[in-house]
Design a protein around this ligand. Structure first.
Ligand code: C2G
Length: 131
């Protein structure tokens, strides 16, 4: 079984998130998604989410492409995750190009093109301006 992993906040889940999960799953048979916790988002990414970790994780877990959801609590957990879960492929959007190449000896590292024209920030702006 070829195992794939990817990481993200997945707040205000949108088509760009769906597309990265779809393409990540195409690279293997089993997709693990690490969803960043509220504490990690606030302490390390200075991101304040609309939805809580529990809500974001539940939405991601409900996606057909996703086989397992784990919490992302630190930047440093990726190497241990890859080892513990026997991951074959590490996937991120290409806004992260090069940032995780250090994982190369452990697994294949793939950066996929972001879906243009959508982001959680743009969703917030659209909702604010349009409604
Ligand atoms: N993404 C995408 N297209 C978009 C928006 C996002 O392909 N239009 C991808 C991102 O490149 C990322 C994933 O969707 O791979 C999740 O994006 P975010 O929820 O914004 O996550 P991020 O803040 O990038 O956190 O340790 C890594 C971090 O947890 C990633």
């Amino acid at each position: 079984m070829k195992k794939v992993i990817t990481y993200g906040t997945f707040d205000l889940f949108h088509f760009g998130h769906l597309e990265i999960l779809r393409r990540a799953k195409e690279l293997g048979d089993y997709l693990i998604v690490a969803v960043s916790t509220d504490e990690f988002n606030w302490d390390d990414k200075e991101k304040r989410c609309v939805y809580s970790y529990e809500e974001r994780a539940a939405i991601v877990a409900a996606i057909d492409y996703v086989d397992e959801v784990i919490p992302e609590t630190s930047w440093e957990q990726k190497e241990s995750n890859v080892k513990e879960h026997l991951v074959d492929v590490f996937v991120m959007g290409d806004d992260w190009e090069g940032r995780f190449d250090f994982l190369n000896p452990l697994c294949e590292v793939v950066y996929l093109p972001r879906t243009a024209g959508i982001s959680s920030t743009e969703v917030k702006t659209t909702v604010k301006n349009r409604f």
